[in-house]
Design a protein around this ligand. Structure first.
Ligand code: SRM
Ligand code: SF4
Length: 597
């Protein structure tokens, strides 16, 4: 780990070259994925043939990498693995399909189609993700083309929802600021459209579109034939809410508003990311740097320039260090900014002042500054289904609402759903349906500020439970908080089944990250507005120990906090953990790191 007292030194960045020369100049030692991309004929591989092989529910390993660019992952039901292995059966394969929905906005008509797909081809649920889109789980190979055709009929698609490309672009949803939200959505949509891969492979393979043989005639002007070194994520935020968690993403735009709430330009952030590997200190989460300010009409070009510098400078040899955050650590922010400005042909002003207050959602009804009404519903871990017993019937309820709703739906970056743009006249009808399906049952402050990633049984990388376990853990922690009079205190808590960080746990005030079955690392001390990383507080805490480890921490917070002091800030002031300044010092164990006895 770097000695923090020494001045940082950076490597000399590569020379600026046209894209084909840059591709040709890459030295030996490229990672395996680079070779798969090169040989794929612009993302075709042998996918079309593989789909015709009925003897297996899987596809080849290389196609498994390529299919991600088409928005899909080959998975298997991990609950069934032991039994099937015992019986010498193939794994229970199926596919996860992720949609591309810029800014998370869908019409009621689209909602109904997406709902129908969930019950016809997937596991009967829609899964709202931490990046404002939907996933389906459990789609078997023989249903893939039918599912994609149905998605196409909804005028949505799954292109570039996964893979080494610009992913779904997130945009602030905050319904109270209608004008700024529109500007954020418009920018997100424009960036999404501009940075969309141009290959015809998706239409050709999934919709039997016209064939471009081997893809030889195709051209990817922005990506080239090797696309990006790694995934690339862009978000657009509107202060004071940081609900899109801008500091966790490769590239972000922060709206700078005038006194009337009009967007006068965007601060540009670069180099955020969550994923790391346990025990490998050269991998770490990192909060993004605020780099420069640009005018509204310059933002799309800036996005393209930032992405192409990462395309050319990103590490294509060592995949675990290929994200933009490592590029910036390697060459320095100054050199990175200079290259972005060089490609744009001008220098940009420094960023303007801004302030975030939180990274959660506003629940309940709000009225926008255009007089429309919006209802934000809490959806536990984004799983849209009909819960058993007296639990909310969210899938059926939202289906009924979609049948009468005249506005739209918005997915938030916290896995929740907003029934948006409801007229005054329609509000009572929507309210009655929300009530009928039990969708507005009170959730505690902790639960409202919680997120869990998917993890088991579908995620192939999960080391521990997350979505299936967090609700029970929250019930335990609610008891503990109540005993200290903290039931109404808003504290962010996020859990993931592994350190890839899909629910952004490292910027939650309480972060629980899977280490193995029923074991988690506990991180504390992140900021409530998502601007600071937490620090490892307790290692390998078992599920049964979590409440006991947190209880004294809650007690101290209740007793010793200053007025208005946030939980994460208090824990640093009170010496429970040291402050994490940024990625490279994330693993420094100064502070209160300790093993649980
Ligand atoms: Fe994620 C991989 C689910 C948001 C970092 N993520 C995966 C895979 C595809 C597992 C795999 O590679 O086999 C997971 C599929 C699970 C399943 O069964 O559905 C998965 N990630 C998710 C979702 C569905 C979590 C959720 O509960 O909502 C989120 C989908 C977002 C979307 O709509 O596009 C999701 N993933 C994130 C985020 C949060 C964000 O972007 O705001 C992160 C952290 C931010 C970041 O990228 O650094 C994230 N996912 C990862 C990583 C680590 C990347 C890294 O740089 O190290 C992986 C593993 C990888 O890429 O190798 C990963
Ligand atoms: Fe899977 Fe890990 Fe992401 Fe959770 S954090 S969905 S376990 S990759």
């Amino acid at each position: 780990m770097d000695d923090q007292t020494q001045p940082r030194t950076y490597e000399t960045p590569p020379a600026t070259r046209p894209i084909d020369e840059a591709e040709a100049a890459r030295e030996a030692g490229l990672s395996a994925n680079e070779h798969i991309k090169i040989a794929s004929g612009f993302l075709r591989g042998t996918l079309a043939d593989g789909l015709l092989k009925h003897a297996t529910g899987a596809i080849s390993e290389d196609d498994g990498q390529l299919v991600k660019f088409h928005g899909m992952y080959l998975q298997d039901d991990r609950d069934l693995r032991p039994e099937r292995t015992k019986k010498k059966l193939d794994k229970a394969y199926s596919f996860m399909i992720r949609l591309r929905i810029a800014g998370g906005v869908v019409t009621p008509k689209q909602w109904l189609i997406l709902d129908d797909i969930a019950t016809t081809y997937a596991n009967g649920t829609l899964r709202a993700t931490t990046r404002q889109t939907f996933q389906y789980h459990g789609v078997i190979k023989s249903n893939l083309k039918r599912t994609m055709a149905a998605i196409d009929a909804s005028l949505l698609d799954t292109i570039a929802a996964c893979g080494d490309v610009n992913r779904n672009v997130m945009a602030a949803t905050n319904p109270a600021q209608s004008g700024a939200h529109k500007a954020a959505y418009d920018l997100g949509k424009a960036i999404s459209d501009t940075l969309l891969p141009k290959t015809n492979a998706w239409r050709e393979i999934w919709l039997d579109g016209e064939k471009v043989v081997g893809g030889e005639d195709e051209h990817e002007p922005v990506y080239g034939k090797t696309y990006l070194p790694r995934k690339f994520k862009i978000v657009v935020a509107v202060p004071p809410s940081n609900e899109v968690d801008i500091f966790a993403h490769d590239l972000g735009f922060i709206a700078i508003l005038d006194k009337k709430g009009k967007v006068t330009g965007w601060n540009v952030t670069v180099g955020g990311g969550m994923g790391m590997t346990h025990g490998e200190t050269d991998t770490f989460p990192r909060t993004a740097d605020v780099m420069l300010f640009c005018k509204p009409e310059e933002a799309v070009k800036v996005a393209e320039a930032v992405m192409t510098v990462q395309r050319d400078w990103g590490n294509r040899k060592v995949r675990k260090n290929a994200r933009l955050k490592y590029t910036i650590e390697r060459y320095g922010l100054k050199a990175f900014r200079a290259e972005v400005e060089k490609r744009l042909g001008k220098a940009y002003p420094d960023a303007k002042p801004f302030a975030f207050t939180n990274n959660g959602d506003r629940y309940g009804w709000t009225e926008g500054d255009d007089g429309r009404h919006h209802l934000t519903l809490y959806v536990a871990s984004g799983r849209i289904k009909d819960y058993e017993g007296d639990g909310p019937k969210i899938l059926s309820g939202l289906r009924r609402i979609a049948q009468v709703h005249e506005g739209d739906f918005r997915l938030t970056g916290n896995q929740n759903v907003i029934i948006a743009n409801v007229s005054v006249e329609k509000r009572a009808e929507i309210e009655a349906l929300v009530d009928e399906y039990g969708m507005l049952k009170g959730a505690s402050a902790l639960r409202r500020n919680s997120m869990a990633c998917v993890a088991l049984p579908t995620c192939g990388l999960a080391l521990a439970e997350s979505e299936r376990y967090l609700p029970d853990l929250l019930t335990e922690l609610e008891e503990s908080l109540a005993s200290h009079g903290l039931s109404e205190d808003e504290i962010t808590i996020r859990m993931t089944g592994c350190p890839n960080g899909c629910a952004r746990p490292f910027i939650a005030e309480i972060g629980l990250v899977g280490r193995g079955p029923e074991r988690y690392h506990l991180y504390l001390g992140a900021a409530f507005d998502g601007s600071r990383l937490g620090k490892l507080y307790a290692e390998d805490v078992t599920a049964s120990e979590i409440k006991a480890v947190l209880d004294p921490v809650f007690a101290a917070y209740a007793k010793d906090r200053s007025a208005g002091e946030r939980f994460g800030d208090f824990l640093i002031r009170a010496g429970f953990v040291a402050q994490t300044v940024n990625g490279p010092d994330f693993h420094l164990t100064t502070g209160a790191l300790r093993a649980v006895a």
